[in-house]
Write a protein that binds this ligand. Structure first.
Ligand SMILES: Cc1cc2nc3c(=O)[nH]c(=O)nc-3n(C[C@H](O)[C@H](O)[C@H](O)COP(=O)(O)OP(=O)(O)OC[C@H]3O[C@@H](n4cnc5c(N)ncnc54)[C@H](O)[C@@H]3O)c2cc1C
Length: 364
C-alpha cells in the first residue's frame, strides 16, 4: 500500500487526486470564506468524497480506514486537506448516545444546523479533573476544559467528566446551559479557533451521558484514534507535497550540490517510512485488530516527519520560503500543532512503551 490498491481503491485515489487539484486552484482564486466552503462541499459531493466519513446507517458512504487514508493522503499531496467543507460531519460520539439525545441533536448536527465541540483537555492549573455528581435525574457538573476547537460556535460540547463513584463518562453538555461559560477564546498559529469553558453547577440530564458512566475514557480514545489517523494521513500527503515542491526547486536551481541531494534523499526516505506505516495501520484497522499502538506510531511518525521535512525544505529553498504567502511557510505554521494536538509525541511514545512492556501489545 498504496502500491497495492484494489481497482476500486485506485479509482477512489484518482477521484481524490482530481478533487485535490481542483480545490487547490479554487482556494487560491477565492477570498470569500463562506462562498469557498460551499464551493468545496459541492465539488466534494460531485466527486463522491463528501459522505465517506458518515456511516451507511446515517446516510453516508461509510468509507473504510483505508478509503479515508487514500483520500486524505491524496488531498494532502495537493496541500488541500486542511480546507473546510470537504467532508460532511460524522456522528462521532453522538452515534452512541441515548435515543433521546440522538433525536434532539443528531439530525440537526448531521445537517449542519448545529455544531459540536470536544472537551477533553483540562487547564494546566485545574485542581481536579472536571467532575459530576448525581442529583435526582440530573448530573451536576463542575470544572473546566481548556482547548475546545470551534468552541465559540459549538451548541454542545462532548465532555469527559469524572462521575463520582462510577468513573469517567462522555457527557453532552449544551453550551447555553446555565453555569456554562466561555472564560476565554483564542486562536492558535495553525489558524484554528478554540475556547476555554468553565462549568459551575451545570445541571445535565442523565440521559446526556453517552453510553454507561465508567466507559468514557475508552469512548473518548476511540474518537481520538480516528482523528489521529486523519491528522496522520493529511501529514503523509503533505510530506509528498513538500518533497515535490523541493524537487521542482532543485530542478530549477539545477542542484548538483551533493549536500542538497543528501538532504533530499533523507527527506524522501522519511516520507516513504511514514506513508508505509500509515497504510499498514489502516489495513490493520480494517481487519478489526486492536491497533491503538499502531495508530499512535503512525501519528507520531507522520507529524514528526512533516515538521522535519518542511523545516529542512525551507532551509534549502531559503528566505523566499518564509514569505507568509509561500506554501512552505503556511505548512510550517499548520504542521507545528500536529505534534501536540490529539496527544503530544512524547505522550504517544510513553504509551507505545506501556503498550508493549505492560500490556504485550503493539507491532514493529
Ligand atoms: C490545534 C489544537 C487543537 C486542539 N483541539 C482540542 C480539542 O478540540 N479538545 C481538547 O480537549 N483539546 C484540544 N487540544 C489540546 C491538546 O489535546 C493538548 O494541547 C495536548 O493533549 C497536550 O496537552 P497540554 O497542552 O495540556 O500539554 P501538557 O499535557 O502539559 O504537555 C506538555 C508537554 O509535556 C510533556 N508531557 C506531558 N505528559 C507527558 C507524559 N505522560 N510523558 C512524557 N511527556 C509528557 C510533553 O512533552 C508535552 O508536549 C488541541 C490542541 C491543539 C494544539
Amino acid at each position: 500500500m498504496p502500491d497495492f490498491l484494489t481497482p476500486k481503491q485506485e479509482k477512489l485515489r484518482q477521484a481524490a487526486r482530481a478533487l485535490g487539484k481542483h480545490l487547490a486552484e479554487l482556494s487560491s482564486a477565492s477570498d470569500d470564506p463562506n462562498d469557498l466552503r460551499t464551493k468545496i462541499s459541492d465539488a466534494s459531493k460531485a466527486a463522491g468524497i463528501f459522505s465517506l466519513t458518515q456511516p451507511k446507517d446515517h446516510g453516508g458512504k461509510g468509507g473504510s480506514s483505508t478509503d479515508l487514508v487514500i483520500v486524505r493522503d491524496a488531498l494532502g499531496s495537493f496541500n488541500a486537506g486542511h480546507l473546510p467543507g470537504i467532508f460532511g460531519p460524522s456522528p462521532g460520539l453522538l452515534g452512541q448516545a441515548s435515543q433521546e439525545v440522538k433525536e434532539k441533536f443528531l439530525v440537526p448536527f448531521l445537517n449542519g444546523q448545529i455544531h459540536g465541540g470536544f472537551g477533553f483537555t483540562e487547564p494546566s492549573d485545574a485542581i481536579r479533573h472536571t467532575w459530576g455528581c448525581y442529583d435526582g435525574s440530573n448530573l451536576v457538573v463542575n470544572g473546566a476544559k481548556s482547548y475546545v476547537t470551534g468552541g465559540l460556535e459549538a451548541d454542545f460540547i462532548n465532555t469527559l467528566v469524572e462521575v463520582e463513584g462510577e468513573g469517567p463518562a462522555m457527557v453532552l453538555i449544551e453550551s447555553r446551559s446555565p453555569g456554562v461559560e466561555i472564560a476565554e477564546s483564542f486562536n492558535s498559529v495553525d489558524g484554528s479557533h478554540h475556547a476555554r469553558f468553565t462549568f459551575c453547577d451545570v445541571r445535565v440530564p442523565s440521559s446526556h451521558i453517552i453510553g454507561k458512566a465508567g466507559t468514557g475514557l475508552k469512548r473518548a480514545l476511540d474518537q481520538i484514534n480516528a482523528v489521529r489517523m486523519a491528522i496522520a494521513a493529511n501529514c503523509v500527503g503533505l510530506n509528498q507535497f513538500v518533497c515535490d515542491l523541493l524537487a521542482e526547486s532543485l530542478a530549477v536551481g539545477n542542484a548538483s550540490e551533493t549536500r542538497e541531494r543528501v538532504h533530499f534523499g533523507r527527506m524522501r526516505t522519511m516520507a516513504f517510512a511514514a506513508r508505509s506505516s500509515l497504510y499498514r495501520t489502516a489495513g490493520l484497522l480494517d481487519s478489526g485488530q486492536n491497533s491503538v499502538n499502531e495508530v499512535m506510531i503512525s501519528k507520531a511518525l507522520a507529524t514528526e516527519t512533516l515538521n522535519d521535512l518542511v523545516d529542512q525544505a525551507i532551509q534549502i529553498v531559503g528566505g523566499e520560503a518564509l514569505v507568509e504567502s509561500h506554501p512552505l511557510a503556511q505548512i510550517f505554521k499548520r504542521a507545528r500543532s500536529t505534534r501536540l494536538a490529539e496527544g503530544p509525541t512524547e505522550v504517544l511514545y510513553a504509551n507505545i512503551s506501556r503498550g508493549f512492556l505492560d500490556l504485550n501489545l503493539g507491532k514493529i
